[in-house]
Design a protein around this ligand. Structure first.
Ligand code: SF4
Length: 325
């Protein structure tokens, strides 16, 4: 196993001496060569999860294991040695993640130089090879990020992430800022690289259809918790949590898509019981008082749902009338 989190918690201070709980007991795992897609709307905690496992923020509870070692509270030198060399991150906006004053060859060789890997000429050769691996011409190496298209910049972002030969790539909405046609190219690039290099991905997106296309398993997050997790085909085609049912409807034509009732609740005052109950069309009294635990479904191995009435929404047909726009 490459990555595992156990009851991961992340809270941040806000005004008035209060704290906002952004991650609330998140337990996930990613195996070698596997893609775990993480899906949720804004405020679900999916980006915070990516940053926490990369230790870009300090978790306030729970644990993070990387290749079997507990890196939750590792000191910075330890982190550099383990995490920075074996895990890398691709960000949503390549324009802001690449230094505009560095030529591509310098941006790509920088991680190698930091870790004192190879001679200058060897590092440059690796940069040229990596550019070609992500589908760019080595002649691009002397250009600056702002001279490239958005899709080319994201390819460079991927190339830079791969320079230290990581086992895991955390990709946070890597196609969200790209045109639809370019999105498909970048998704294909991720798949090709996984096949060729055996990479594992934690692939974060708001788009369940996109994630289901390239993930082996999917975790659906809502208000800081995983509410459904399982094999991608099961979660996408046979969702059991009402929130996932709504997300999976996004593949339908525009007029047939569903939206959950109301706006997402504030993280500052989360609902009692099941956090989805104010928006759920099949909520019952127990839902507002008792938070459902993530529970394995008997019928499908590895499929877990946090709902008191998993699957009832599809059976009742209530979603169509209750929350269709
Ligand atoms: Fe809806 Fe209740 Fe399930 Fe929450 S526990 S998703 S409110 S049915």
């Amino acid at each position: 196993m490459i990555l595992q989190t156990e009851n991961l918690e992340q809270s941040f201070p806000v005004s008035g001496g209060r704290r906002v709980q952004v991650l609330n007991g998140v337990s996930i795992s990613v195996n070698a060569g596997e893609t775990l897609g993480v899906v949720g709307e804004s405020g679900s905690g999916k980006t915070t999860l990516g940053r926490a496992v990369m230790r870009l923020s300090e978790p306030t509870g729970g644990r993070v294991f990387f290749e079997g070692r507990d890196v939750t509270h590792a000191n910075s030198a330890h982190l550099r040695r383990i995490l920075r060399r074996r895990a890398a991150m691709v960000f949503q906006n390549p324009s802001t993640s690449l230094n505009p004053f560095l030529k591509l060859v310098d941006a790509l060789t920088e991680p190698l130089a930091v870790h004192r890997i190879g001679s200058r000429s060897e590092r440059r050769q690796q940069a040229y090879d990596m550019l070609e691996r992500v589908g760019l011409d080595r002649a691009q190496a002397e250009r600056y990020p702002q001279e490239l298209s958005g899709g080319q910049r994201q390819r460079v972002g991927v190339a830079r992430a791969l320079m230290l030969n990581p086992a895991l790539v955390v990709a946070d909405e890597p196609t969200a800022s790209l045109d639809v046609s370019v999105q498909a190219q970048v998704v294909n690039l991720f798949q090709d690289l996984q096949r060729d290099l055996g990479l594992a991905y934690l692939f974060i997106s708001h788009d369940l259809a996109l994630v289901s296309h390239l993930s082996h398993r999917i975790a659906v997050m809502y208000l800081g918790r995983v509410v459904e997790i399982g094999p991608a085909a099961e979660v996408f085609d046979r969702p059991k949590h009402p929130y996932t049912v709504v997300l999976s409807s996004m593949r339908r034509p525009a007029g047939e898509q569903l939206t959950p009732g109301g706006d997402p609740p504030s993280l500052l005052s989360p609902p009692t019981g099941c956090a989805f109950h104010p928006r759920c069309p099949i909520a019952r009294p127990v839902c507002s008082t008792t938070a459902p635990e993530l529970t394995a479904l008997a019928e499908t191995k590895g499929h877990e749902v946090a709902c008191h009435f998993p699957g009832d929404l599809e059976l009742s047909g209530g979603l169509e009338t209750a929350v269709a726009p």
